[in-house]
Design a binder for this molecule. Structure first.
Ligand code: ZN
Length: 148
């Protein structure tokens, strides 16, 4: 019988060991963003494809700690198939959660496995690790929108 913390740790380790959507494709029309977190050594690239307002693909690659890499995997899986507006809401809710805000049940549900990073709020130094890939995808979406 697993408690919530053990469950969350398991989600993080599963995505760290078996990352989803790993490896860049760079097939048009992609948007690629590269960000680093020097304080931990995290280095992440995220590539997205947006077609007709829908995030049709998210790819991620890089190196870093288990929090950062697993979070990139969780993020990619969560955002594929979402509209740009839905993706932006999820990204902002994720930031709110790791910074310590309490989300309502609906928003927590929408975060799916990303809820596993809720505990990061207790470790401020790791917030940058958990959010790095999300900052990449947020910037990539900004680029898509400014090109429209
Ligand atoms: Zn890190």
């Amino acid at each position: 019988f697993m408690d919530l913390k053990t469950l969350y740790r398991q989600v993080i380790m599963d995505h760290y060991k078996n990352p989803k959507n790993k490896g860049l494709k760079m097939t048009s029309p992609y948007h690629l963003v590269h960000l680093t977190n020097p304080s931990c050594g995290d280095d992440i690239q995220v590539e997205i494809i947006v077609e007709n307002g829908i995030v049709t693909d998210v790819r991620q690659d890089g190196k870093g700690c288990s929090i950062c890499l697993s979070s990139a995997s969780v993020m990619s899986e969560l955002l594929i198939g979402k509209t740009v507006e839905e993706a932006k809401t999820i990204i902002n809710d994720f930031y709110s959660m790791v910074k310590g805000e309490d989300l309502d049940e609906v928003k927590e549900e929408e975060l799916q496995e990303a809820i596993a990073y809720k505990g990061v709020r207790d470790f401020p130094a790791r917030i940058k690790c958990a959010t790095l890939a999300w900052k990449c995808v947020e910037k990539a979406i900004d680029e898509v929108e400014s090109n429209e």
